[in-house]
Design a protein around this ligand. Structure first.
Ligand SMILES: [Cu+2]
Length: 182
């Protein structure tokens, strides 16, 4: 029942002409275009709770190929970083890298630190983007006092981006200008 209620609220927000759109509802990236191979500051904007319920946790899954992700600390929230072994270890500045950050999670320390439905807030990390141009999806799990929303839907052949109810935040990578492989 909670899930159904959340869908209804989101559909309402996104269809109201002019007042709300996907830029200020949902969970989205502030800057949705960047150069491949560059350093990138990913700012996730959380536009509302799960229905009316306050957000108490945000977990970002990093797209494969994104390297060295570091979260920005947030007052009142505790950060957890999950790492994952790389299938193919790589070398960075002479150092052998065998694992990579896979997920970054912010959890509100107390109910008073949770993000209420009405205001918006931002969760920030920085990372190095893959060298290949293309499109990266950054699934976000939004856990609330009641219920949760997984912003993890991807567009496909039969589903346009605007048709998705819970789209994953998306970043378009433009070809690297200078070909600088750092
Ligand atoms: Cu929404």
């Amino acid at each position: 029942m909670k899930t159904i209620k959340t869908i209804a609220v989101c559909a309402l927000l996104t269809s109201a002409t002019g007042l709300f759109n996907t830029a200020n509802a949902h969970v989205t990236l502030e800057y949705q275009v960047a150069n491949a191979g560059s350093g990138y500051k990913a700012t996730f904007r959380v536009g509302h709770g799960c229905g009316e319920s306050p957000t108490r946790e945000i977990a970002v899954t990093l797209p494969s190929g994104v390297q060295g992700a570091k979260p920005m600390p947030k007052a009142g929230w505790t950060i957890a970083i999950e790492r994952e072994a790389l299938a193919a270890p790589r070398t960075d500045h002479g150092k052998r890298i065998t694992d990579e950050v896979r997920r970054i999670r912010w959890t509100a320390n107390t109910p008073a630190d949770a993000l209420p439905n009405a205001p918006y807030d931002e969760f920030v990390l920085q990372a190095r983007l893959p060298a290949q141009a293309g499109v990266l999806y950054w699934p976000v799990a939004q856990v609330c006092e009641q219920g949760r929303v997984d912003w993890a839907e991807l567009p496909g052949a039969s589903r346009k981006p605007d048709d998705l109810k819970f789209p994953a935040p998306v970043l378009e990578l433009m070809p690297a200008a200078g070909g600088h492989a750092h």
